[in-house]
Structures are given as C-alpha cells and as structure tokens.
Design a protein around this ligand. Structure first.
Ligand code: AMP
Length: 407
C-alpha cells in the first residue's frame, strides 16, 4: 500500500491541498478552496485521476471548507484509507526562532504558531486554524507543522542581524528569518546529484522566483544568506511586493500622504512589485507587453532582472566562489527570457547558457549552462509539498525535536 501525506496550505481566505505519495513523490490528488468567509459564494476545485470537480457554494469558515474537502475524497477519490494516509502536513510561513525544525501538531504548538502571527500577520493565524480544524476532523491521523523559516534558522548571525538598534531588535525579535526555506532546501539538495558532485562544500545560489521571490546562498547544503527578512517583503522584486526599498519611504508616506499602517502594508505587499509598476502581476503578461513594445513593461522587467543580478553578484562574493546557480518556481522554471537576462550579465565571469537547453520546457531537473561555463546553471522544479510530506512522515515516526511523540 502507498504511504501518503495530505499536505495543507491554509490561507486567510483559501486552502490548497495535495495528497502526496512519499515513496515515489507523486501528487495523487489536489485541490483548492477559495473565498472562505466572504459574503459571495466560494469555490472548490478537487482534482483526481485527470478529472476536475468544481463547486460553487458559501464557505463561511475553514472548518466548513476542510469538511467538504474530506467529503470530496470520499466521493470522488482517492479513498484516504485505501491510499495509506499516514499523516497530515501543514505548511507554516513563520516559525521564528521558536521552530528551527518541524513540529508535531499539539494544542501547545497550535498556540505557538498562532502567537507567531506577529511575524506573518496574514499567514500564521489561518495556518494554525487549519491544523486545529484537521485535528478535530481526523484526530487519529498524526499531523505536523513544517515551517518556511526553519531552514534559515541556520543562517550565520552576520547575515541574519540587521544594523538596527540592538535593544529594540532584541526586544521585538527583529532579525532576518527568511522564507521559502522548504523550497530552497529541497532545490539545493537536488543540485549535487544533478551535477554529479559531492554535496559537501558545494557553493550555490538558489533563485526561487515565482509570485513571491527570494534568493539564497548555500555552502554544502547550509544557508549562508537569504533575501527575505523579518517578513517575506524584503529582497527581490515580486509579483506584488516591493522587495528592498529605503525604509524612509515609509516615513515619507506617513508624513506626506497621511497613510496609516494598514494602507502602507497593502501598498508595499499587494500593490507594488510588477503589479504596481505595470498593472500586471503575472510575469507572462508583463513579458508579452514588453514584447509588444510597451516601454513601461520593459523597464519593469529590467528592474526585476537588475535586482536578481545584484543579489547573485553579492552572494557570489559572500560565498567566495560559486559552483551553481539554480532557478526554480513559476518564473524560474518557465521563463527562458528571465534566465537569459540574468545569466547573460555574468558573461564577463565566464558564465554561459546553452541557448537550446535553456529553451527546453520540462518538469525534470536539468543543467542549462554551456559545457564550458565557469558556473553550472540549473533549473530544478521545486516540490514543497513533497519536502513537507517527507518531513512530516519523519516526525510522525520518530517524534519531533521538541519532545512530542505520536501516542
Ligand atoms: P509560483 O508563485 O511559483 O506559482 O509562480 C507563479 C508565477 O509564475 C506566475 O505569476 C507567473 O508570473 C509565473 N509564470 C508561470 N509561467 C510562466 C512563463 N511561462 N513565463 C513567465 N512567467 C511564468
């Protein structure tokens, strides 16, 4: 019988789920619950066996949504019992310094995840809620939290410490926590075998560029730098987030535009980045506009690439050498143009793409640099669900590092 994990990504108004076979990595079924708690009807999509089941109905809360999802598994398959459901995995954005490793879901860890909402106001509350509801609906199935920030708890102090007043930083736990850690760790772990090189000592940069975007520098699978900070706002230009910006812009807008904190949060997180520059948050649209001669879209793309190039140059120097640059996530896996725009800037240092390999579309990890490139360039499709599933199986079998064990 297969051994499967139901991975749940619970947001404020949506829930994504996937049933993962941990042995072969297959996604057996997946789905989406949208518009939870909104006055209009919500949407369900459940995908299994090449079929898509869609429903439109009111979804007042997470409990209603998740109950319906379990009904879909009963009604449309796969049957969770027959498919060996061994655990439930909950993705969490912010684990702060409290959770350097995954944790089993208990009443205490649910509260701890809730309390960490100060670090991820939009995410942690709904994530804790999702776990609480699933615990109630499936009390006998072990469940674990896997934190996007855990991998970056290994960052050295020199990269996680801001040059902010030490007392204030300590009192309010202000430091770089990073995000997308599960993806950076997973993608970084695939690269050594792809290059046929030992993992030990391998110096690499991983560019996770999707709707959210972040870069990491790793040596031997340990992170030494990352671009996201206290929250996922810092760093690269993103679909709707500014990335790096002078914090004085905040003072300026408070003083001159009279914006309050929620308006600023929305402006920086939801109305900026590619959306704010072009009106389009989807990179395919921006690339299309630029191709049609839209100069504003071209400038936005140039800004987007410019920021990535800056991070790669920075991290290359911080690493003191470089073996591989790897692209992942929606833009990194699919946009040959973005990869070329970034890598061509490093021609001066002997980094070269193989244009044909860069143009190939594939779901497989691959090397896309020329044979004589000074640094290998790779594309590795990320699989956060599989990484979460594996981690949750491990703690459900062995217990977590906080002393919790499955009864
Ligand atoms: P993710 O957040 O990893 O799911 O990435 C989503 C983003 O990937 C979308 O918003 C698109 O901007 C981008 N994307 C997907 N396919 C392509 C493509 N073929 N070319 C450029 N960007 C793409």
């Amino acid at each position: 019988m297969a051994k499967t994990v139901l991975v749940i990504n619970s947001g404020s108004s949506s829930i994504k789920y996937q049933l993962v076979d941990v042995e072969n990595g297959d996604a057996l079924a997946s789905g989406l619950v949208e518009k939870i708690g909104e006055p209009t009807d919500g949407f369900y999509t459940h995908k299994y066996n090449g079929e898509k089941h869609k429903f439109t109905e009111p979804i007042p809360d997470h409990e209603t949504g998740l109950k319906r999802v379990l009904e879909f598994f009963d009604q449309f398959g796969p049957n969770l019992k027959e498919y060996g459901l061994a655990a439930i995995g909950h993705r969490v954005v912010a684990g702060g310094a409290v959770f350097p490793e995954p944790a089993l879901v208990t009443e205490k860890t649910i509260h701890q995840v809730e309390d960490l909402a100060t670090l991820a106001p939009l995410h942690n509350g709904p994530e804790a809620k999702g776990a609480e509801v699933m615990k109630k609906l499936m009390p006998d199935v072990p469940a674990g939290f896997v934190f996007d920030s855990s991998f970056f708890q290994q960052l050295p102090a020199v990269s996680y410490t801001y040059a902010l007043n030490k007392e204030v930083a300590e009192k309010y736990q202000i430091r770089r926590y990073g995000a997308h850690g599960t993806s950076h760790e997973y993608v970084g772990s695939v690269v050594p075998s792809l290059l046929n090189k030992p993992a030990e000592g391998l110096k690499q940069i991983v560019l996770h560029i999707g709707n959210g975007a972040s870069a990491s520098a790793q040596i031997g699978g340990r992170p030494v730098e990352t671009s996201m900070g206290l929250t996922p706002l810092e760093g690269l230009v993103m679909g709707s987030r500014t990335g790096d910006i002078d914090p004085a812009v905040v003072f300026h807008l408070i003083r001159n535009a009279g914006l309050n904190v929620d308006e600023l949060d929305k402006l920086f997180n939801k109305q900026s980045g590619m959306t704010g520059l072009t009106g389009r948050g989807d990179m395919r649209d921006v690339e299309q506009l630029a191709e049609n001669g839209d100069e504003n879209a071209q400038l936005a793309l140039d800004i987007y690439h410019h920021r990535i190039v800056g991070y790669v140059g920075n991290y290359w120097a911080q690493l003191g050498g470089l073996d591989a640059i790897t692209f992942t996530a929606g833009v990194g896996e699919n946009s040959a143009e973005t990869r070329a725009a970034v890598i061509d800037k490093f021609a001066f240092a002997g980094v070269k793409l193989d244009a044909e390999k860069n143009a190939i579309r594939s779901d497989e990890p691959r090397v896309i640099s020329a044979a004589d490139s000074s640094v290998a360039v790779c594309v590795v499709p990320t699989n956060e669900e599989l990484a979460i599933a594996r981690k949750v199986i491990k703690i459900s079998e062995e217990g977590d590092v906080y002393g919790n064990k499955v009864a």
